[in-house]
Design a protein around this ligand. Structure first.
Ligand SMILES: NC(=O)c1ccc[n+]([C@@H]2O[C@H](COP(=O)([O-])OP(=O)(O)OC[C@H]3O[C@@H](n4cnc5c(N)ncnc54)[C@H](O)[C@@H]3O)[C@@H](O)[C@H]2O)c1
Ligand SMILES: [Zn+2]
Ligand SMILES: [Zn+2]
Length: 374
């Protein structure tokens, strides 16, 4: 099959010239115990893929990247008795073992064996199923490796969905929607009537904006340094849009909300954006960060403010979701018309155009781009 392989990180832009991803023929082994062979139909390009390419999210190489996708079951390995050929699935980018303390306490996004496997670039059972033509092992990206025609993954990386939604839209639920909507609903625990600030309006932030509206926020303010993204957010229903680089922006948010947003969620992956979100949160409010800057980056915070204003700062991974519960729930909300996430789709491309897609994302000229394999 064909797959996009990353051999080297940190290549300079433009990626249309330096071509960080090589499309090659690769070998994929058959599914073993508790594994499933999936035909990928649609895969989205997320900033977390770009972060592996540019080195800000270090991973073992070479790797077949891509983690947001939907596809169809082709073959189940031994021991998989709850999926069958032809079933539609969405991938979850944290395989959940089901046995560790986080899994058993309703926090599968923090699954310990899942996180260890993802860091090593292997499947949950420790195996690697991909090889290039020189028979060199290729690492898996977050247990998925979606920029490929097929994938063999752990059963625990899959959520079965009904066939009443297109693969392109279904793919979005694997990362952008799960992360964005989950950060607002599960991590921040939005209550109806609250004010929400969303900082960073890429695929994930715009999904959060839609989630805040669906979840009953009274006022949603959207902020991005990119004016085009602000225009999109306004069209998607944001009540106000702001440029965080404007020195008046924090004060404007305080004026609009009467002292600051109840909830501020950050999806930019930049400390400046988190600073802005924190400064714009009201006394007693909740600031959530889901952006992923380089691990060496740190964020300064005043303990006096944290204490004296009873603030909460929370990280959000996988939207604090239980994917097997929340992917079908968010799809149901979408099908009822209250979560129009199809509006996140900005480009549909072929696998051979992937470097162009990654460059477009890096340039801030795309929302969610879907690689279509059908
Ligand atoms: N926590 C998780 O589980 C999880 C899952 C997926 C993605 N992510 C991370 O979320 C972030 C967003 O992902 P995406 O795919 O939507 O990315 P994207 O590149 O599509 O969007 C990021 C947006 O942030 C904006 N931005 C950059 N600097 C800013 C600043 N200082 N202030 C305001 N806006 C700023 C950009 O203009 C862009 O519109 C990335 O860091 C990604 O790695 C986290
Ligand atoms: Zn992602
Ligand atoms: Zn676990």
């Amino acid at each position: 099959m064909k797959a996009a392989i990353l051999y080297e990180t940190g290549k300079p832009r433009p990626y249309t010239e330096t071509q960080p991803l090589q499309i090659e023929e690769v070998y994929l082994s058959a599914p073993l115990q508790e594994e499933v062979l999936i035909k990928i139909h649609a895969a989205g390009i997320c900033h977390s893929d770009l972060s592996v390419i540019d080195g800000s999210r270090p991973r073992p190489l070479p790797m077949v990247i891509g983690h947001e996708a939907a596809g169809e079951v082709v073959e189940c390995g031994a021991g998989v008795d709850d999926l069958k050929t032809g079933d539609h699935v969405v991938f979850s980018f944290v395989p959940a073992c089901g046995h560790c303390i986080p899994c058993m306490t309703g926090r599968p996004a923090l699954c310990e064996p899942g996180a260890a496997a993802n860091t090593k670039g292997i499947l949950l059972n420790g195996s690697v199923r991909l090889k290039n033509v020189s028979l060199r092992d290729l690492q898996h990206h977050l247990g998925v490796s979606a920029f490929a025609e097929y994938a063999v993954v752990s059963r625990r990386s899959l959520v079965k969905i009904n066939a009443d939604i297109s693969y392109a839209v279904a793919a979005l639920f694997g990362c952008a929607v799960l992360t964005g909507v989950g950060a607002v609903i599960n991590t921040a625990k939005l209550n109806a009537g609250q004010t929400v600030l969303v900082v960073g309006l890429g695929g994930v932030g715009l999904a959060a904006l839609l989630g805040a509206l669906a979840g009953g926020a009274a006022t949603v303010i959207a902020a991005d340094i990119n004016a085009d993204k602000r225009t999109v957010a306004l069209a998607m229903g944001a009540h106000y849009v702001l440029d965080p680089a404007d020195p008046e922006a924090v004060q404007q948010i305080k004026d609009i909300t009467g002292g600051g947003a109840d909830i501020a969620v950050e999806f930019a992956g930049a400390v400046k954006a988190l600073d802005f979100a924190y400064a714009s949160t009201k006394r007693g409010g909740v600031t959530v960060t889901a952006g992923l800057p380089h691990p060496s980056v740190s964020f300064a915070l005043s303990p006096a403010l944290l204490v004296g204003e009873e603030r909460t700062l929370k990280g959000s991974y996988l939207g604090s979701c239980i994917p097997a519960r929340d992917i079908p729930a968010f799809i149901a909300l979408h099908l009822s018309g209250r979560l129009p996430v199809e509006r996140l789709l900005s480009h549909t491309i072929g696998l051979h155009e992937i470097n162009e897609g990654v460059e477009r994302l890096a340039a801030g000229a795309a929302l969610r781009q879907i690689i279509s394999f059908t």
